[in-house]
Write a protein that binds this ligand. Structure first.
Ligand SMILES: C[S@@+](CC[C@H](N)C(=O)[O-])C[C@H]1O[C@@H](n2cnc3c(N)ncnc32)[C@H](O)[C@@H]1O
Length: 504
């Protein structure tokens, strides 16, 4: 270790890096941590790694500091079509069946690249999707791409790449989807770029799945070469969050060296060609899988899988026997199922016998959230409309309806629902923010700015740690930071999209 920093100081710094960024530096890598902090120091306003360590172990970190450090402590190495086996499985098995299933509902699949670095991975998917989607579904965003590092996201939005990023890209793909803009520099075509929405998200700290940031009801999640930076406990939590963000039958792909880090009762390991992925079990299949918490009432007889399964490895233990029927669970028990990501079970419990007849607005809204997270938008909308009929003056119900309508591509109706939410609750920050996003998408720059300014003004009256209503855990402080990244006037640099709801 360097002479001017004590070993207890760098050890404390390593602990804070783990807490704030999820990055795991065990004792034998403390030296490596210290060396990596050297280049970060001047960018963060310090004269060297030692003063940086001393400052950061003595006070909370700002989000900007977390993001700057993430850029230096992780490797953003990535390239187009990285991992032949995975892309072959996506091309030959997974994407065609996802596209077929979702085209029947008139929409493209929802895809999330978590830890997307400078964009090569989500853009590779966008190119593949483009070749599979029927022409009428080739418009609008359908891939959400997130990373902790805003500099990487800005590079992704520019979408100009060098030879090194394209080293795994077939020549015909290069010719069809890129335009040479300088020697050795290639710009991705706008039609492909438009399919991807980039958004900052810290997997170790931010909330997901969440309707507010569009990380819900995913058909496919790629989170590759990211878990390997995390310690076992955090990796487990991240996998749990990603699993809850998937629809039943949806897919999770990690890199081959991270497969052993995915150990979750709701995810079945599946082989697709040479690739190993994980598929979210259906409600019924979960009853047969080893479960930490079996439900206390009659389980679902059968739940139709929304997506076809591949060759699953069987659960390691035999199925648990069916418990005896029990009375419908309390609303608190159902809310806890919802928090655990057991959306199907929660929705089923809400519909049970006595409860089904006279559901309260709060219960109807919970049902709508369950179906929105299951990706069953028609059902989600119908529950949400019932919630509004039961209590017309609940701003949250109008906001939820807006997020569902956005996912359905009904942006005008979504704007109407948001207006109603703001009329009932003029201080509804997320409704203003989402209106700004819709205006931005329509190309109405001054209108977008007006709504974002309203949202910003409302936020300044709140404590930074205050949770925003209907946000699934987004704090006022974090939304302000997202605004700084998204609003070029305030941030003084190129914006990152930071799309609320319906981003994926
Ligand atoms: C090696 S790159 C992986 C890029 C791409 N997924 C691939 O496999 O080619 C790892 C990325 O994970 C991101 N990352 C690290 N910690 C993160 C966190 N806590 N939340 C979100 N992203 C994180 C880094 O910023 C970096 O861009």
């Amino acid at each position: 270790m360097a002479d001017d920093v004590r070993s207890d100081e760098i050890l404390k710094m390593a602990g804070l890096v783990g807490e704030n960024l999820g990055l795991h530096f065990p004792e034998d890598r403390l030296q490596d941590l210290f060396h990596r902090l050297g280049p970060a120091a001047p960018e963060m306003g310090f004269t060297g790694a030692a003063p940086l360590v001393r400052a950061l172990i003595s006070r909370p970190w700002s989000r900007g500091e977390m993001e700057a450090l993430a850029g230096h402590l992780t490797v953003g190495e990535t390239y187009f079509f990285r991992d032949d086996a995975l892309f072959q499985a996506l091309r030959e098995e997974i994407l065609p069946s996802l596209v077929r299933a979702r085209a029947a509902e008139g929409r493209p699949p929802r895809i999330w690249c978590a830890g997307c670095a400078s964009g090569e991975e989500p853009y590779s998917l966008a190119i593949l999707l483009h070749t599979f989607l029927p022409p009428e579904l080739r418009r609008g965003p359908s891939i959400l791409a997130t990373d902790i590092n805003p500099a990487a996201l800005r590079k992704a939005e520019v979408a100009v790449y060098g030879e090194w990023s394209l080293r795994g890209t077939p020549e015909d793909v290069r010719r069809t989807f890129f335009r040479q803009v300088a020697k050795g520099r290639y710009e991705l075509l706008r039609t492909i770029r438009e399919r991807v929405t980039f958004q900052p998200l810290n997997l170790a700290r931010d909330a997901y799945p969440s309707l507010a940031n569009g990380t819900n009801a995913m058909d496919l999640i790629l989170c590759r070469n990211v878990l390997m930076y995390f310690g076992p406990a955090l990796a487990g939590e991240v996998v749990g969050g990603l699993s809850r963000a998937l629809v039943e039958g949806g897919w999770l792909a990690v890199s081959p060296c991270e497969v052993s880090q995915v150990d979750h009762q709701d995810l079945a390991r599946a082989h697709a060609g040479e690739a190993i992925l994980h598929q979210k079990r259906t409600g019924a299949a979960r009853q047969g899988a080893p479960s930490a918490r079996p439900p206390a009432w009659e389980p679902l007889a059968a739940v139709a899988p929304s997506l076809p399964p591949l060759n699953h490895e069987p659960p390691e233990k035999p199925p648990v026997p069916r418990p005896a029927p029990a009375p419908p669970p309390s609303l608190e028990a159902i809310e806890s199922l919802y928090r655990d990501g057991q959306y199907r079970e929660a929705a089923h419990a809400l519909s049970l016998g006595a409860r089904g007849a006279g559901l309260l607005a709060r219960e109807l809204l919970l049902g709508a959230r369950c179906y929105a997270n299951l990706g069953e938008l028609g059902e989600a909308r119908s529950w949400c409309e019932r919630a509004i009929r039961a209590d017309k003056l609940a701003p949250g119900a109008h906001y939820l309806l807006a997020t569902i309508l956005m996912e359905q591509g009904r942006e005008h109706e979504a704007a109407d629902a948001l207006r109603r939410a703001m009329y009932i609750e003029p201080g509804f920050v997320l409704a203003h923010w989402t209106m700004g996003y819709l205006a931005h998408r329509r190309g109405e720059a001054s209108e977008a700015l007006r709504h974002r300014r309203n949202a910003r003004a409302l936020l300044t009256g709140l404590r930074t740690s205050e949770m925003l209503p209907e946000s699934d855990g987004l704090t006022a402080g974090r939304l302000l930071e997202l605004m700084d990244l998204a609003d070029p006037v305030v941030a003084g640099s190129r914006a990152v999209s930071a799309a609320p709801g319906g981003g994926g």
